[in-house]
Design a protein around this ligand. Sequence first.
Ligand SMILES: C[S@@+](CC[C@H](N)C(=O)[O-])C[C@H]1O[C@@H](n2cnc3c(N)ncnc32)[C@H](O)[C@@H]1O
Length: 241
Amino acid sequence: MADQDELQRLREDASTRVFIENRLTELFAAEDDALRAALQAARDHGMPEIQISPLQGRLLQVLASACGAKKILEIGALAGYSSIWLARALPTDGRLISLEISEKHAQVARASLERARVADRAEVRVGPAAELLTGLVGDAPFDLIFIDADKTGYPTYLEWALRLARPGSLIVADNCIRGGAPLREPGTSPATPDELALGEYDRRVARDPRLRSIAIPLDEGGMDGFAISVVLPTAATETAP
Ligand SMILES: C[S@@+](CC[C@H](N)C(=O)[O-])C[C@H]1O[C@@H](n2cnc3c(N)ncnc32)[C@H](O)[C@@H]1O
């Protein structure tokens, strides 16, 4: 009987979580035609549906506004869904540079940005991010850097993000929780290369004295989410919370 009650309570909790996510999305992050078209374009081109959620898109916009972002760097464009959210948080003279390894994804993302009428401030560069990043020193500093590409690249992307940022810049990385696997101590359970790299990213942003960071469960029913870091002024280094 106790098991049945517990099961019932879990079902109710799950349904409440769905209600909350739907209602918050409606209230804070409703998609318009351009965002919906970006999702449809991804489906039409057989691309994986691995874009951020609307609430994550809205959070990126809030963060961009909070740091007065005029220049944003994105690593991983896919069909341009997150690029639209980011570009829309910029002033008309702002600039988004998005790095994407796949020529096909880049073309779809550019069309999405055109449809959303933000192509004037957003460009998609094609190639492996680790190579393209070396060419961005002249465009730095970026006010917000959003990392959402191959997971094994995250530690390298963090190094570059720190080089391309200014004090006060925000560095946001998706998938830093991934069902908890990256949070286990290395060597305590089998882990994929992606999980190991995400774990390394989490530990680095948690411990780097140049950053103040947090990871927040945001999607997949609290099983995944962003790590968010602010680059501290050079004089101020992070001490224990
Ligand atoms: C998770 S998807 C990006 C989703 C997108 N940010 C969104 O939310 O709409 C990851 C993207 O990173 C790209 N990618 C994978 N490895 C990459 C690399 N080494 N350099 C640049 N882009 C890469 C993939 O082709 C894919 O389009």
